[in-house]
Design a binder for this molecule. Structure first.
Ligand SMILES: Nc1nc2c(ncn2[C@@H]2O[C@H](COP(=O)(O)OP(=O)(O)OP(=O)(O)O)[C@@H](O)[C@H]2O)c(=O)[nH]1
Ligand SMILES: [Mg+2]
Length: 121
């Protein structure tokens, strides 16, 4: 949905005609920004817990790679889910507790993503 379509559907101009034009435009812009916002949701946890499998089950279009016997994610895998109008971003994190060396590397990865996340599962 674009900001211009908001003018006619969500905020019909005749209903909001009491508002000054710049206030009405500002309202449309901010509502459009919120409606079109694409949140970042990360799945985090112990290695082998089933994070990638869960992503694949919840969102059947996701190609999160899964090993037959153990956890195998080594990088943050980002997937966008969209219904054509709205979208959300799923990030499948590598799991904690595989090796001490990998844990140290993943701390940097978590720090890198922290400020961008809307929800941690
Ligand atoms: N029995 C059983 N096995 C599962 C389940 N979910 C996942 N697995 C298996 O457990 C193993 C690890 O699953 P993943 O989804 O890769 O685990 P992960 O949490 O993504 O692991 P990392 O990528 O290392 O962080 C795979 O072999 C899966 O097939 C479950 O609900 N039941
Ligand atoms: Mg995984």
């Amino acid at each position: 949905m674009t900001n211009s379509s908001l003018d006619n559907t969500v905020l019909p101009k005749e209903v909001f005609s009491v508002l000054p034009e710049d206030v009405y435009r500002n309202l449309c812009f901010h509502l459009g920004t919120m409606i079109n916002y694409e949140p970042f949701i990360v799945v985090m946890g112990k290695t082998g817990a089933g994070k990638s499998s869960l992503c694949n089950t919840l969102f059947s279009s996701l190609p999160a790679s899964v090993d037959a016997v153990k956890g195998c994610t080594r990088l943050a895998q980002q997937y966008k889910i969209s219904d054509g109008l709205h979208a959300l971003n799923i990030i499948d994190f590598p799991g904690i507790g595989e090796t001490p060396t990998l844990n140290k590397i993943y701390i940097y990865l978590y720090q890198h993503w922290l400020n961008k996340l809307d929800l941690i599962v």
